[in-house]
Ligand binder design. Structure first.
Ligand code: PGA
Length: 252
């Protein structure tokens, strides 16, 4: 999957885009975006659309489909939940873990993110661990401490070689869906911190994405910052034409 040198453009569709719409979206997007040797495009559809999206993108090696969340158990009496093996069977190759909305809307704990990372690794799904501070935490000067706590809890038990198979997305909570993105400098500062954490724990490579109000207007400026290995995008990924444009021009 990801080599360090490739830029990652990840689309988080959240609770949008059903199976039929996913097929239509992918067909429009793939026509518009023929691929680029230094880029990968990842889609995180809602669970019901994973299979449709994965099939629609099956011929494109630069496109990966993932799940937005998993339960940490592989199977069992967990009504409403989906597991790593289940999403993998539907075609997922990656999974978001600890997205801000999972943490702050659904009350997911740091400890749960650790269980989910381990579940993803044992199913050979690529975990994309989302971390990020809230506005009051940033204003109090605690942003790095919060992100360190989230990394310790989710990845503290993962050994060096497995850390190479993990991607971290820095998504400050105050920037998600607000139209207020972090400046490239603020994002780079946190990316350096995350990278140092990963390398300090035995990883040989560290892929760190930025997310939070990325759009066609600011993607190029953010991606000009070499600390950013890519972007994780919600709202601006929902239109296939706008997303194709962002992926084409974002890293130009
Ligand atoms: P946004 O969402 O791009 O709509 O701010 C990003 C995310 O939640 O991953």
């Amino acid at each position: 999957m990801t080599e360090l040198k490739k830029r990652v453009f990840a689309a988080n569709w959240k609770m949008h885009v059903g199976p039929d719409d996913a097929r239509e979206y992918l067909s429009a997007f793939l026509q518009r975006y023929p691929g680029h040797p230094d880029r990968e495009v990842w889609f995180f559809p809602p669970a019901v659309s994973i299979e449709a999206a994965a099939r629609a993108a099956a011929n494109r090696h630069d496109v990966t489909v993932g799940a937005q969340d998993i339960h940490w158990e592989a199977k069992g009496a967990f009504t409403g939940a989906v597991s790593a093996p289940l999403v993998k069977a539907a075609g997922a190759r990656a999974v978001l873990v600890g997205h801000s909305e999972r943490r702050h809307v659904f009350g997911e704990s740091d400890a749960e993110t650790g269980r989910k990372v381990r579940a993803a690794l044992s199913a050979t799904l690529l975990p994309v661990l989302c971390v990020g501070e809230k506005l009051d935490e940033r204003e109090a000067g605690n942003a790095m401490a919060v992100v360190t706590r989230q990394l310790d809890a989710a990845l503290g038990d993962v050994d060096g070689p497995n850390l190479d198979g993990i991607v971290v997305a820095y998504e400050p909570v105050w920037a998600i869906g607000t139209g207020r993105n972090a400046t490239p400098r603020d994002a780079a500062e946190m990316h350096k911190h995350v990278r140092a954490w990963l390398l300090g724990h035995g990883a040989r490579r560290a892929v760190v994405l930025y997310g939070g109000s990325v759009n066609q207007g600011n993607a190029a400026e953010l991606l000009a910052e070499p600390e950013l290995n890519g972007v994780l995008v919600g709202g601006a990924s929902l239109d296939p034409f706008g997303w194709a444009q962002l992926v084409q021009t974002g890293a130009a």
